[in-house]
Design a protein around this ligand. Structure first.
Ligand code: PGA
Length: 233
């Protein structure tokens, strides 16, 4: 399974080093694919076998894009994994589907492993299943769903950072629909915690989890990796 931590705008570079050291010790015998996305300013060369990814980058090698980083900044640290389409970038930073698709194409051409996020806001969830699927399918526009290095993460916007999660039946239902769109591994994200990860990982068509706030403490993230090991070893 794929167990990923999105550290968002948290942990300085030195705190990230400590964090990665702790996780590295914890994953010595794991069967899981563990990915950590540090804050952009905390990227570095880490002595670890876990995968380090970028939460974002501009689709360019380098250039005049104030406040952004480009491919050469990722190459400096050997980073070949990137998160694209996260709801905070869609809704807070205002990234359009068109721009997201452009970013996807650029990093696909570079052979990156892409964790591509989709998810619906609460007002859509409250209307109907058809509306949820229509909303999610729009987020597949311009995206090569057959890309071999693709991982998809279903993250309902209303579940991110709120402590609310869909029922396990709802997760199973949406994942079954999304698997029809792409055979890529499909993660669930949104308020995954130490106490619910085991149940979520056992849902059909859930190939892993993308964890935000609950992954900020290395010990908690380790427990989640161990929970996955307990299910698969
Ligand atoms: P959360 O965030 O675990 O804090 O809900 C998940 C995410 O944004 O990927």
């Amino acid at each position: 399974m794929i167990i990923a931590a999105n550290l968002k705008t948290n942990l300085t570079r030195s705190a990230t080093h400590q964090y990665i050291d702790t996780i590295t010790k914890c994953i010595q015998n794991t069967a899981q694919e563990v990915v950590v996305f540090p804050a952009i300013a905390s990227l570095d060369c880490f002595d670890t076998k876990l995968t380090i990814g970028a939460q974002n980058a501009y689709p360019v090698e380098k250039g005049a894009f104030t406040g952004e980083i480009g491919l050469e900044h990722l190459e400096e640290f050997n980073i070949k994994t990137i998160l694209i389409g996260h709801s905070e970038r869609r809704h807070i930073l205002g990234e359009s589907q068109e721009f997201i698709a452009k970013k996807f194409d650029y990093f696909k051409a570079q052979g990156f492993q892409i964790i591509y996020c989709v998810g619906e806001p609460l007002e859509i969830r409250d209307s109907s299943k058809e509306a949820v699927l229509a909303y999610l399918y729009k987020q597949y526009e311009g995206i090569d769903t057959a890309y071999e290095n693709l991982i998809i993460a279903y993250e309902p916007v209303w579940a991110i950072g709120t402590g609310k999660i869909p029922t396990l039946e709802d997760i199973q239902d949406i994942h079954a629909e999304l698997k029809k769109k792409s055979q890529a591994p499909l993660l669930y994200g949104g308020s995954v915690k130490v106490n619910n990860v085991k149940d979520i990982l056992q849902v059909k068509n859930v190939d892993g989890v993308l964890v935000g706030s609950a992954a900020l403490y290395a010990e908690h993230f380790c427990s989640m990796i161990q929970a996955a090991d307990a299910l698969t070893l």
